[in-house]
Design a binder for this molecule. Structure first.
Ligand code: ADP
Ligand code: ZN
Length: 437
C-alpha cells in the first residue's frame, strides 16, 4: 500500500524524539496553565510553580486528574490562559452526560487543530482531488468545523452539508460528485436505509470512503456500512475538551486509531483504582493536550474505555494506536445486578444480517426487577406480516444475547426506518428506571 503522510517528519518521528518533543511542549503548557485561575491553584498544591518543576515526562503524574466537573466548576473563564481579546472561537461539548463544557481557542490553536485534522484525512488516502461532504452538525459541536477545516487544509472541496435531510444529501452527492463523507455511524446507516427507500442507485454516487465517529460503534457496524455502501470506513475519535475530532484517527491499515502524540499525552488507567493498566489492557483513556494554548488541560478523564496496541503499525507511523472505544465507564448498565455495556448488545445484533440499521435498548422496572427490551429494525426484505420467520429471528436474537450478556431480554422487531434517528449522536439507551431507588 502506498501510504500518504501530511507531515512525515512528525508522523514517523522516532519515539525518543517524540518524547523529547512532548516534554518540551508539556513545559510550555505548564507556563500557560499557570496563567489560569484553576491550574494556578491546582499546580501550586502539587508543588509546581514553574515549568522548571517538570524535569521528565513522568512528572506529569504529579498533577491530579482533571474531570468534567472541574471544567464545570471553572465555568466560564477559570481555564482560560490568554487575554479574552486573543480568543477567536469557543466550542462546547454535546452535553451527553450533563451540563456542556466550554473550550476556548486562539488563532494559532485553530490553525494547529486544522493541521492535526489534515494529518488524519490525508492519512486515509484522501487529497485535493476529493469532494468532501461533511454530513455532521456544525455549530458549538466540534465535529462540523473540525473536519471542515481539516478538509480545507488538505485542499479538498468541502461541502458544509450539516446533518439530516437525506434527500438533500443525495442531491448534493450527485450534483458535485462527492467522494468522501463524514457522519456518525448511526447517520451513515440511516443514509443507506433512505437510499434504498428513495431508490437512489449506488452507481449514481461517487463516494469511496467515510469518516465515522462521535459515538461508539462495533467492528460489525463498520463492516455493515462498508458492505452496504461499498466504501471504506475510517474511525475518527475526539472530544471537545481535547479540541474535538483530530485526536486519534485510523490510517489505511484500519487497525486502531493513531493518537497524535506530539499534540496529546495519552495514559490508560483502571477507572476504579486510577492506577495505570498493563500495556495493552483496557481502561479509561486520560489525555493531556499539548497543542492548545488558550485552554490547557492536564490528565483529563475522558471516561472513554479503550486499550493501546502494543505493536507498531504497518503504516510506519510511530504514534501509538488505541482500539475502538467500547463506551464510557459511566455508560455501563446494571441490570438485575449484571453489568452490561450497550456496546456488547450492539456487537451481537449488528452482526446478524436479518437485523436492520437501527436499534434501541430500553431498561424499565417490572415490579422489583429490571426489565431489558431490545428493539431492532429488520431488513426491508423481511415481511412484517409473516410471523413464523419473525418469531424465529426473535428467538435467535434472544438466545445470542443471552449467551453474550447473561440476560435474556425481550426482543421487539420493528419495520425498517421506523425507530427514531436523532440528528446528532445516536441515543441508543432509554433507562426508564426511577433514579433514586
Ligand atoms: P459529550 O461528552 O457531551 O458527548 P463531545 O461532543 O465532545 O461531548 O463528545 C465526545 C465523546 O464522544 C467522546 O468522549 C466519546 O465518548 C464519544 N466519541 C467520539 N468519537 C468516538 C468514536 N470514534 N468512537 C466512540 N466514541 C466516540
Ligand atoms: Zn497506521
Amino acid at each position: 500500500m502506498n501510504f500518504q503522510y501530511w507531515q512525515p517528519e512528525i508522523e514517523k518521528m522516532p519515539r525518543g524524539d517524540l518524547e523529547s518533543l512532548q516534554l518540551q511542549k508539556l513545559k510550555a503548557a505548564i507556563v500557560n496553565a499557570l496563567r489560569t485561575t484553576f491550574y494556578k491553584e491546582r499546580l501550586a498544591k502539587a508543588g509546581i510553580t514553574s515549568a522548571d518543576d517538570i524535569k521528565t515526562l513522568s512528572d506529569l503524574k504529579r498533577i491530579p486528574f482533571t474531570t468534567k466537573n472541574d471544567l464545570r466548576d471553572g465555568f466560564p473563564y477559570g481555564f482560560l490562559s490568554i487575554p479574552k481579546d486573543d480568543v477567536v472561537r469557543l466550542h462546547a461539548s454535546s452535553g451527553t452526560t450533563g451540563i456542556p463544557t466550554t473550550i476556548y481557542f486562539s488563532r494559532d490553536d485553530i490553525k494547529r487543530w486544522a493541521t492535526y485534522m489534515a494529518r488524519c484525512i490525508y492519512g486515509t488516502g484522501c487529497g485535493r482531488s476529493d469532494v468532501f461532504q461533511n454530513m455532521i452538525s456544525y455549530g458549538l459541536f466540534t465535529g462540523g468545523l473540525g473536519l471542515h477545516q481539516g478538509g480545507e487544509e488538505v485542499g479538498m472541496l468541502v461541502i458544509p452539508a450539516g446533518a439530516g435531510n437525506t434527500a438533500r444529501q443525495f442531491k448534493l452527492m450527485q450534483d458535485f460528485g462527492t467522494t468522501v463523507i463524514h457522519a456518525t455511524p448511526s447517520f451513515l446507516l440511516h443514509v443507506e436505509s433512505k437510499m434504498r427507500e428513495a431508490g437512489v442507485k449506488r452507481e449514481t454516487l461517487s463516494i469511496k470512503c467515510a469518516f465515522a465517529g462521535a459515538e461508539p460503534y462495533s467492528e460489525d457496524t463498520r463492516k455493515r456500512i462498508e458492505g452496504l455502501l461499498k466504501i471504506d470506513v475510517y474511525n475518527s475519535y475526539g472530544l471537545s475538551e481535547m479540541n474535538g475530532p483530530g485526536v486519534a484517527f485510523e490510517c489505511q491499515c484500519k487497525e486502531g486509531m493513531h493518537i497524535w502524540e506530539d499534540g496529546y499525552i495519552a495514559e490508560i488507567v483502571n477507572p476504579d483504582t486510577l492506577e495505570p493498566v498493563k500495556d495493552g489492557e483496557r481502561g479509561e483513556l486520560i489525555l493531556t493536550i499539548l497543542c492548545r494554548e488558550a485552554t490547557p488541560l492536564f490528565r483529563y478523564r475522558t471516561r472513554d474505555l479503550t486499550s493501546f496496541y502494543t505493536e507498531p503499525c504497518a503504516c510506519g507511523r510511530t504514534h501509538r494506536r488505541i482500539r475502538r472505544i467500547t463506551g464510557r465507564s459511566d455508560d455501563m448498565l446494571i441490570i438485575n445486578g449484571v453489568n452490561v455495556f450497550p456496546s456488547q448488545i450492539e456487537e451481537v445484533i449488528m452482526g446478524m444480517k436479518e437485523v436492520g440499521n437501527n436499534y434501541l435498548i430500553v431498561v424499565e422496572k417490572d415490579g422489583a426487577l429490571d426489565k431489558l427490551t431490545v428493539k431492532t429494525e429488520i431488513m426491508p426484505d423481511i415481511f412484517m406480516d409473516d410471523s413464523r420467520p419473525l418469531n424465529a429471528l426473535k428467538d435467535k436474537i434472544k438466545a445470542t444475547l443471552q449467551a453474550s450478556i447473561s440476560i435474556s431480554p425481550r426482543v421487539e422487531l420493528h419495520e425498517s426506518g421506523s425507530l427514531p434517528v436523532p440528528e446528532g449522536k445516536a441515543v441508543r439507551v432509554q433507562d426508564l428506571r426511577p433514579k433514586d431507588v
